[in-house]
Design a binder for this molecule. Structure first.
Ligand code: 3VV
Length: 248
């Protein structure tokens, strides 16, 4: 940690203008894919905790579904063939914006106490316990969510804002796989049936049309056995340049 802080501190002296200029140059020089790959080692530092791995708070259903999707080369039960049918787990940390843009960090965010909204509660199992998997062709993502007791809205059920948060997170992570960074431009949610607090549900995200910087993603939440539809949603993500994030 001290080592990485030392690394960041050498960048702290960047002015906003200098940083914006450098980021813009780097953004155009490198492809987004390469940018993301360069960021991966810093995200995957040995000291960072991956929150999408099992912990003792995970119930039987959460574990069952985790094991189902996590099996190496596990095949999607709905088919999809070799190409789209295998699932890969997406690691998850408590900082979303450790974006390293060709080695230049967003220092004003790094210096803050910012934490990823869905990963900021210490007590395991109290809030959002989830893991996201994506297919090889990146057309689909599935999230297994166990909704903890701190997410209560209506008595005994999950708060609608918490549901929207998870939809934004899953569809946003999905869009980020294809073109990071992205921002949510539009999110439409239809709540069909309440989600019992403590239950485990499946959040499925499907990539729709892509038009330039725009990515349309649809999403549904169903009970873990698929028998009940809880929520349907559509989202629009717009890919942005790093300078957009620095605008403040
Ligand atoms: C190393 C990195 C690794 C990466 C991997 C990360 C892993 C993932 C990690 C953790 C996952 C967490 C995932 C969480 C995800 C959460 C995301 C959020 O919650 S974002 C916060 C809420 N959103 C905002 O605050 C946006 C505010 N709005 C804006 O900033 C702008 O309006 C923006 C960027 C959306 C668009 O602004 P413009 O100036 O860039 O572009 P313009 O020209 O306005 O729009 C572009 C196109 O989009 C359409 N558009 C824009 N907004 C629209 C809207 N609301 N409805 C319909 N169309 C819209 C426009 O009509 C235009 O379309 P035409 O190109 O003309 O066809």
């Amino acid at each position: 940690m001290a080592k990485s802080l030392g690394h960041f501190s050498s960048l702290v002296s960047f002015t906003k203008t200098q940083l914006s200029r450098q980021c813009a140059r780097l953004f155009f020089r490198t492809s987004v894919r390469r940018t993301v790959m360069r960021a991966v080692p810093s995200i995957l530092s040995p000291k960072a905790r991956d929150f999408s791995l099992p912990n003792p708070s995970w119930g039987d259903e959460m574990m069952r579904l985790y094991n189902h999707y996590n099996q190496q080369g596990g095949v999607d039960p709905e088919g999809g063939g070799e190409q789209g049918g295998r699932w890969t787990r997406l690691p998850s940390y408590n900082r979303s914006l450790k974006y390293a843009i060709g080695g230049v960090y967003l220092s004003k965010i790094i210096q803050s106490k910012a934490r990823l909204f869905t990963r900021n509660i210490q007590q395991a199992g109290a809030a959002f316990e989830y893991v996201v998997f994506y297919t090889n062709d990146k057309q689909r993502c599935v999230c297994v969510l166990q909704a903890g007791h701190l997410l209560e809205g209506p008595p005994g059920h999950v708060h609608g804002g918490a549901i929207a948060t998870m939809i934004d997170t899953v569809t946003g992570s999905h869009a980020s796989l294809l073109c990071a960074p992205v921002m949510t431009a539009n999110l439409n949610v239809n709540y069909r049936s309440p989600i019992p607090l403590g239950s485990t549900v499946l959040i499925e995200s499907t990539l729709g049309e892509q038009e330039g910087r725009k990515m349309f993603v649809s999403c549904k939440i169903s009970s873990s056995d698929g028998s009940k539809l809880h929520t349907e949603a559509t989202a629009l993500f717009v890919s942005v340049g790093v300078s957009h994030l620095l605008r403040g």
